[in-house]
Design a protein around this ligand. Structure first.
Ligand code: GDP
Ligand code: MG
Length: 294
């Protein structure tokens, strides 16, 4: 007898920097979602579609749960909310050192959707820490279906997590064509790669003040020609992005191009331009332009 096909939505949520994007990439086996050591690098919701003979899992990686401070944050929180409403299973990710915070986690005590609590970064554990943390979370979030400890970075226990998720998927035909692995366009990934390199190459507030728009993406037989516009909030930041005699922008372009060639498996010609868009974070209409609000 054939196994019934399973398909469903899995929402990956948690505080910034706990390893949500690393976990989704690990579960997907693809570099879909950008990862950096800085908080709040994931601004959009990103879907990762994992296809197999017997199932299709639709993951969504979300920005971290936080209190809205700027208009951008409110838009980010809308993605988290929508993602929870769609979900068949919630992967609530916490990192090893983290403690229960009523302000952030209270909402999960009232939710009907099954929750897998994932304690990540167990590669950093000392002594009885993993055991103690499991007890801590059991006490504060007694309604979770299961607690699973993993190291997303090293791939410890992530196969077991995947099996558990598959076991919880409802019987349902595939939601998306089986050759699709994301709902995002190639342009989106190109802009995410540039954005990741900005987070890795610049300090302090500059990355948080930056947005990237891909204004041209032309795929030819042997090469993809990409034009990226980098928007900053102030003239001074434009100077920082460009650097002395253009050296910083040159390095940014080289780093981004190397990753794009790996991601698209093709030679890339990347052109970068830096522009000033005053206070884009605070202005809803500019957020719309950059695609944060639908
Ligand atoms: P997100 O903000 O929740 O999406 O977190 P990211 O996936 O971007 O990861 C934030 C940081 O935590 C990055 O520096 C990751 O390399 C790191 N990280 C993620 N998973 C692990 C893990 O299992 N162990 C350790 N030690 N670090 C991890
Ligand atoms: Mg992330």
């Amino acid at each position: 007898m054939p196994v019934p096909f399973k398909s469903g939505f899995v929402s990956i949520v948690g505080k910034p920097n706990v390893g949500k994007s690393t976990l989704m990439n690990r579960l997907m086996g693809e570099q879909l979602s950008i990862i950096t050591p800085k908080a709040q690098t994931t601004r959009h919701r990103i879907m990762g579609i994992l296809n197999s003979e017997d199932y299709q899992i639709v993951y969504s990686d979300t920005p971290g749960i936080l209190e809205p401070q700027y208009a951008l944050h409110s838009a980010m929180m809308t993605y988290v909310k929508v993602s929870l409403e769609d979900a068949d299973v919630i992967l609530l990710v916490v990192e090893l050192g983290e403690k229960y915070d009523a302000l952030l986690f209270e909402r999960f005590t009232r939710i009907q959707t099954p929750i897998l609590l994932v304690i990540n970064k167990i590669d950093q554990a000392k002594g009885s820490q993993v055991h103690d943390k499991i007890e801590h979370w059991k006490e504060h979030l007694p309604n979770v279906t299961q607690i699973i400890t993993v190291s997303a970075r090293d791939g410890v226990n992530t196969k077991e997590l995947l099996d558990t998720v598959v076991g919880m998927m409802p019987e349902h035909p595939a939601y998306f064509p089986k050759d699709e692995f994301t709902d995002r366009t190639e342009r989106f990934f190109a802009s995410e790669i540039v954005r990741e390199k900005i987070f890795l190459n610049y300090e302090q507030e500059v990355p948080y003040s930056t947005e990237v728009s891909i204004t041209s993406f032309k795929e030819e037989e042997k090469i993809i020609r990409i034009r990226a516009e980098i928007y900053v909030e102030r003239d001074s930041q434009k100077g920082i992005i460009i650097g002395k005699a253009g050296s910083a922008l040159k390095k940014l372009g080289m780093d981004a191009r190397a990753d794009m060639e790996n991601f698209f498996q093709k030679k890339i010609f990347l052109e970068t331009h830096v522009k000033v868009a005053d206070d884009w974070r605070k202005h809803q209409n500019k957020l719309k332009h950059f695609g944060y609000l639908e």
